[in-house]
Design a protein around this ligand. Structure first.
Ligand code: ZN
Length: 694
C-alpha cells in the first residue's frame, strides 16, 4: 500500500516537473531518476568502486569533468564486472565502464574518448529530456492509468542504461566528448581506433558488444565525423602541441617529443612549441637536446625560459653525451639471450597446440558426462547407497573438470611466459640503443640477466612441464572413460530395478565409480604439480612486465607506478620499494639505488602474496566433497550439468586490477614505440634541422 502511494507521489512530482519548466524541479527529477537507475544497475551487476582499476577510471573521469561545462553535480565513476563491452551514463552523473570495455581498449586516450562521450550525455542532460518525452507519450496514451504509468516509472530504473539516445544527441555526445578529451589533455583522434576495432569485433564476438551496439550509433559516419572535428586536425600546430602537452602532463614524454616535433614542423617560429619540446626533452633527461631547443626559441618569453631552466636544473640526470654507452659484451650477451628466448618460444608452440587439443576434447567429455550423470541420477532410487555412489561420481567429474581447467591454463601460461621473455628482451634492446642513466642501465642489465637465466633453464623444464600437462590430460581422459562406463553400469542397474525401491546389486557399479574416482584424483594431483611448476614462471613474467614498464617510465612518474603496483598486490608502496623521488625532481643517486631491483622486490612480494593465496585455495581442495550433491532423499542427486566445476572454483572478488595494468602497459608500449620512432627519425634527419638558426 505505502509503496504504491509513494509511487503515485512520485508521479505527481514527475508530472509537475515535466509540466513546469522549472530548473529546480528539473534537478529533483534528474536526481531521483539517477539514484533510482543507479540502485537498479548496482543491484544487477558486480560493481567495483575501489582499487586501482576504479581509481584509474575515476582519475580519467575527473580530468574530463574538469574540461566539461557542467559542475553543478558530483560525478561518480565506477567499474562494472562483466564481459560486455560497454560504457554508459545515468542521469545525475553516474558513469560506468565495464571490465569488458577496459579489456577492449588499447590506451588511456581511447578510454578518455569513450568516457568523454558518456559525460557529454550527462552534461547535456540527454537522458532527462528523453525521459520527459517518454513520460508525455505515456501520459497522453495511457492517460492517468496509474498502474501503466507506475510501470513506466519503475522500469525506468532498470532500463536507463539500455536507453538509446536520439541520433542528434549521439552526434552531439561524440562531438562534445572529443572536445572534453582534447581539453583534458587526451588525444581524441585515438577514438577512431576504438571505433574501427568495434566494427571489426562486431563480426567476431557480437554478443559481447550487444548492449553497446544497441545503444550507440554504429554507422560508418561516426568515424568520419570524428575525423572532421577541429580537435583532431593534424595540420593545426596548436592542436598538435596541445596533444603533446597532454602526453607530457601524463609523463609520456617520448610521445610528447614526437608530437612536439610535428608541431615544430608545422610552426617552426612558434617559441611556445619549442619551449614545450625542450620541456619534453628535459623530462627524458636529454638535457643537451633540451638546451638546444631552448637556444632555437629566440623569441621565447622570459617566463617560459626560466621555467625550462629550472626544470633543467632540477633534473640531475647526466647529459646524454656522457651516459655510459652499452659495451660490445652487453650487446653480444643480449643477442644471445634474445636468440635463446626466440627458440624457446618457437619450441613451445608444438606442445602448447597438443595440450590445447587435449583440453578441448576433455572439455567436450566433461559436458557429455555431466549430462549423462544428470540423467542417470534421476533414475536412481533413494536409499541403498545410490546417493553415496552418485556423490562419488560427482566428485570424480569435478576433479576431471578441474584438471582440464588447469591443463588449459598451463598451455596459456607456457605461451605467455615464453613470448613474454621475447617481448621483455625486445624492450631491453631498445633501451640499450638509447642514452640512459647509469642506474637505469644497471637495472636493464639486471633484468636481462634475470630473463636470460630463466630462459636458459626453460627449454628443459618447459618440456617437462608440457609433458606433465599432457600426462595430466591423458589421466583425466582415462578417468572420464572410466566414469562413463561406471555411469553405464549404474544406469543398467537402475534400469533393471527401476521400479523397485532399493538396488541391492549396486555394489558392482560402485566399484567402477571408485576406480574412476581414483583415476580422477591421480589426474588432479598431476595437474596441481604442473600448476605449481608454472607458478614461479608466471610470477617472474609479471615482474619482467612491471620492470620494463617501470624502466620505461620517466623518473617523475615512477612513484605513481610503484604505488599502483603496490595497490595491485595489496601491499603498501614502501614495501615494494622505498619512495626515492620527491617534488618532481630526480632524486639523489643513493635514493635511486634504493629503487634498483624494483622488479626483484616486487617479485618477492607477489610471490609471497600468491603463495598465501595458493595455501588458502588448497585448504579448500575437494578432499571431501565440495560439490557433492546434498545427501538425503533429493530427486536428482547428481549435480546439474556444468554446475559442478563452477561451484567448486572459489570465485575471486573482482577488482579489475589486471586490466589497469594492461592499460598502463599499453601506454608504456606506445612510449617505447614513440622512442624507436623518433630514434629512427633522428638518424634520418637530425632534430629541427629545417628550423631557422637563432
Ligand atoms: Zn551515447
Amino acid at each position: 500500500m505505502t509503496r504504491s502511494l509513494k509511487a503515485i507521489g512520485a508521479i505527481v512530482v514527475l508530472a509537475l516537473a515535466v509540466t513546469a519548466a522549472h530548473a529546480g524541479l528539473d534537478r529533483s527529477i534528474e536526481k531521483m531518476l539517477g539514484k533510482q537507475s543507479r540502485d537498479a544497475v548496482e543491484s544487477q551487476y558486480a560493481v567495483i568502486a575501489q582499487g586501482p582499476a576504479a581509481e584509474y577510471v575515476q582519475r580519467v573521469g575527473r580530468h574530463l569533468v574538469e574540461a566539461s561545462p557542467r559542475h553543478d553535480i558530483e560525478y561518480t565513476f565506477k567499474v562494472i564486472d562483466t564481459d560486455q563491452v560497454n560504457a554508459f551514463a545515468l542521469p545525475w552523473g553516474y558513469v560506468y565502464v565495464t571490465t569488458g570495455m577496459l579489456r577492449f581498449l588499447d590506451s588511456s586516450d581511447e578510454l578518455a574518448g569513450v568516457m568523454g562521450h558518456e559525460i557529454a550525455h550527462v552534461a547535456e542532460k540527454h537522458s532527462l529530456s528523453q525521459f520527459k518525452k517518454q513520460f508525455w507519450a505515456t501520459m497522453l496514451f495511457g492517460v492517468i492509468d496509474a498502474p501503466a504509468t507506475l510501470l513506466t516509472v519503475g522500469q525506468v530504473g532498470t532500463t536507463f542504461y539500455l536507453l538509446r539516445h536520439s541520433r542528434k544527441d549521439e552526434q552531439a555526445a561524440d562531438k562534445l566528448g572529443a572536445g572534453y578529451a582534447y581539453l583534458a589533455g587526451y588525444d581524441p583522434s585515438q577514438l577512431s581506433g576504438f571505433l574501427s576495432k568495434l566494427d571489426k569485433e562486431r563480426k567476431n564476438q557480437p554478443s559481447k558488444l550487444e548492449i553497446y551496439l544497441s545503444t550507440h550509433p554504429t554507422e560508418q559516419r561516426r568515424e568520419q565525423r570524428l575525423a572532421e572535428l577541429p580537435e583532431v586536425n593534424q595540420k593545426n600546430p596548436e592542436v598538435v602541441a596541445r596533444r603533446a602537452k597532454g602526453f607530457l602532463d601524463r609523463h609520456l614524454a617520448n610521445q610528447a617529443v614526437v608530437e612536439y616535433r610535428r608541431a615544430v614542423d608545422l610552426a617552426p617560429h612558434d617559441s611556445g612549441v619549442r619551449a614545450g619540446l625542450a620541456r619534453a626533452y628535459a623530462e627524458l633527461g636529454e638535457t643537451d637536446l633540451a638546451r638546444q631547443e631552448l637556444g632555437r626559441a629566440a623569441g621565447l618569453s622570459p617566463g617560459d625560459k626560466s621555467k625550462v631552466e629550472a626544470l633543467l636544473a632540477a633534473s640531475s640526470v647526466a647529459p646524454s653525451s656522457s651516459a655510459a654507452a652499452p659495451s660490445e659484451a652487453d650487446q653480444a650477451r643480449l643477442k644471445q639471450a634474445q636468440d635463446a628466448a626466440a627458440l624457446w618460444s618457437a619450441d613451445a608452440q608444438d606442445p602448447v597446440r597438443r595440450i590445447e587439443e587435449q583440453s578441448k576434447s576433455l572439455q567436450d567429455k566433461v559436458k557429455q558426462l555431466a549430462r549423462r550423470m544428470n540423467m542417470v541420477g534421476t533414475f536412481g532410487s533413494p536409499g541403498y547407497g545410490a546417493e553415496r555412489v552418485m556423490e562419488k561420481a560427482g566428485i570424480a567429474l569435478y576433479l576431471i573438470a578441474e584438471t582440464r581447467d588447469r591443463v588449459n591454463g598451463a598451455a596459456e601460461e607456457l605461451k605467455s611466459v615464453s613470448s613474454g621473455a621475447v617481448d621483455a628482451l625486445g624492450l631491453v634492446k631498445q633501451s640499450y640503443e638509447q642514452p640512459a642513466s647509469a642506474d637505469d642501465r644497471a637495472q636493464w642489465q639486471a633484468l636481462m640477466e634475470e630473463i636470460a637465466g630463466v630462459v636458459a633453464g626453460a627449454s628443459d623444464s618447459g618440456g617437462r612441464v608440457a609433458q606433465q600437462a599432457l600426462d595430466a590430460a591423458k589421466r583425466a581422459d582415462d578417468a572420464a572413460g572410466q566414469l562413463g562406463s561406471a555411469l553405464n553400469s549404474l544406469a543398467a542397474d537402475f534400469d533393471s530395478f527401476g521400479g523397485v525401491r532399493g538396488v541391492p546389486f549396486m555394489g558392482l557399479a560402485e566399484g567402477d565409480v571408485d576406480r574412476a574416482l581414483k583415476s580422477a584424483r591421480d589426474a588432479f594431483e598431476t595437474s596441481r604439480k604442473v600448476d605449481s611448476a608454472l607458478h614461479d614462471w608466471t610470477v617472474r613474467e609479471l615482474s619482467w612486465r612491471l620492470s620494463t614498464a617501470y624502466l620505461n617510465t620517466p623518473a617523475r612518474a615512477r612513484p605513481a607506478l610503484r604505488r599502483m603496483a603496490a595497490a595491485m598486490i595489496g601491499t603498501d608502496a614502501q614495501s615494494v620499494a622505498p619512495e626515492p623521488i620527491t617534488g618532481g625532481a630526480r632524486a639523489a643517486p643513493e635514493q635511486d639505488a634504493a629503487v634498483a631491483g624494483f622488479g626483484a622486490t616486487l617479485v618477492k612480494v607477489i610471490a609471497a602474496k600468491t603463495a598465501t593465496h595458493k595455501a588458502d585455495a588448497s585448504a579448500k581442495q575437494p578432499q571431501s566433497a565440495p560439490t557433492a550433491p546434498p545427501a538425503g532423499g533429493e530427486k536428482s542427486p547428481a549435480p546439474a550439468p556444468d554446475s559442478a566445476p563452477k561451484q567448486a572454483t572459489e570465485p575471486q572478488a573482482p577488482t579489475g586490477d589486471d586490466l589497469m595494468l594492461k592499460l598502463i602497459l599499453a601506454d608504456a608500449k606506445r612510449e617505447a614505440d614513440a622512442r624507436s620512432q623518433r630514434q629512427g627519425a633522428a638518424s634520418a634527419a637530425p632534430v629541427g634541422q629545417a628550423a631557422p638558426s637563432p
